[in-house]
Design a protein around this ligand. Sequence first.
Ligand SMILES: Cc1ncc(C[n+]2csc(CCOP(=O)(O)OP(=O)(O)O)c2C)c(N)n1
Ligand SMILES: [Mg+2]
Length: 564
Amino acid sequence: METGKTKKVADQVAEMIADAGVKHIYAITGDSLNDLTDALSRDGRVKFVHMRHEESGAFAASAEAQLTGRLAACAGSSGPGHVHLINGLYDAQRSNAPVLAIASTCASAVFGTDYFQETNPTLLFSNCNVYNEMATTPTQVPHMLQAAMQEAVGRGGVGIVGLPADVIGQPAVDSYASTTPIYTERLPEPSGDEIEAAAKLINEASTVAIFAGSGAKNAAALVNELSDKVKAPVGTTYKSQLELMGKCKNYVGHMGYLGMWSAEDAIASADVLILIGMNFPYPGFFPTDKKIIQVDVRAERLGRKTKVDVGVRADASLFLSALLPKVNAKADTAFLDKALADYAAIKEKFAEPVAKPGVKGAIRPEFMMSLLDRLADDNAVFTVDTGMNNVWSSHYLTQKSDRRMIGSFSHGSMANAMPMAIGAKFACPDRQVIALCGDGGFAMLMGELLTIVQYNLPVKLLVADNRSLAFVKWEMQMAGLTPNETELNNPDFGKMAEVIGFHAETVDDPLQLEDAMRRWLAADGPALLSVVTDTNAASFSFSEKLMDSAKPGNPLSNFAPIGS
Ligand SMILES: Cc1ncc(C[n+]2csc(CCOP(=O)(O)OP(=O)(O)O)c2C)c(N)n1
Ligand SMILES: [Mg+2]
């Protein structure tokens, strides 16, 4: 702040966000947001990343927050500007990503007058937040901003502050509010009684299975130890599989509608099922006639998706460390061996389409994805669009060292992969960032190609050009409908991206894919590879539950496909 100049609310907001350690704010400026844009640029510590659509800004902030575990920010101007944030904010909230969203809005003096661009951000965002308030006086701003940031990091979700145009330009009022969100590392511990109860169930059981979600990823070595000791197969969610598969030798696949029956069967049939740090959406996969232990740092998640016999609010590592000495080793490996054999059989089946790369104009996506698995960096960050890319990535991407994958796993939105890659690249400039885009998803927020070129961001976009909303085509077929309104008439995405300034190629010949992929991965700066894939490729491995649920009349027939 220059001396002698009055500090405005906008300056105070810029200062507080910077002091809070926010590195980027993904936004589009305009009208009531201009004062803040100006203040941020004078403060100089938070980079304003100028997106082409506010929804992308929210996805980018969500990706940054998920990868770093730290607060990230996005903003939208009055009315349509912040209305555009909503889908990305839903995704961030449901991914527990600590994101601050600033929604500037028309002057408080004209609230309720049907003013130009008037919306009510508090109502608009009412279902996707951990904090959601609008400041109508300068005095409120620092308290509300602090609370929004603290709730976002403390509870993991979206903190929203509405800032009317007249408030943002007024002199700031100093406040007692702290300007640094407190990241608390203190994790809930299990009680002795809870450990005794869990150990008793496990010791009395003949067979045990483990189902581990993202909350178990920092406890992978302990999950592995427990599984080894009690001969329990380990199934995961789609979201957690990449992080856990390489670290658990008894890994038997991920479970869900796109999942593998090896995991599904083991989880449904063990005498005792241990659920660790998971928020799996579909109750129908859990047994009703077995004993279930659930551990989660979030008390509100216990018993939400299934009946639970022993529910423990605790950090996964603390729970497993306390439990391990109390459980007796099991000798019988028959149950585990069967699950491992089932998983091995699935992997063998997966290898079949990889060996048949397809024909010109119809490259097999399995071949494409397994090539990517072989060629991508061991610590690559993958972002994945909702659609068939979820299927192929979950079947063919493997853990090499420190790979991460983020997607719209709970919200299930299309178009997230490219904007998430932007946030991922800003957050992790030294890592290879690869967006797995569907042609439908890619086109939905295609303006972000321009953002990528504008910042010369070296992100890698892989577009699976199957000329259709393939997942939906397949969904319709499964339900006995004739696929309709699912065809896409695409341009040559490679040529299009080249004109925009990408290193870009389109490949339609499977024999040329490996060389093209190597060039794409080696390229400096923005790079896009459009692969003309088989429009009819579908997976054999889908869960039996999916087949049942797709039958007309089944209450689950309108399922959401992905699973967290
Ligand atoms: C924003 C949004 N609109 C619609 C849907 C429903 N939907 C789920 S997958 C999908 C098709 C995705 O097509 P594409 O991106 O081409 O991927 P593909 O399945 O063909 O690989 C649709 C329309 C959704 N999930 N999100
Ligand atoms: Mg498609």
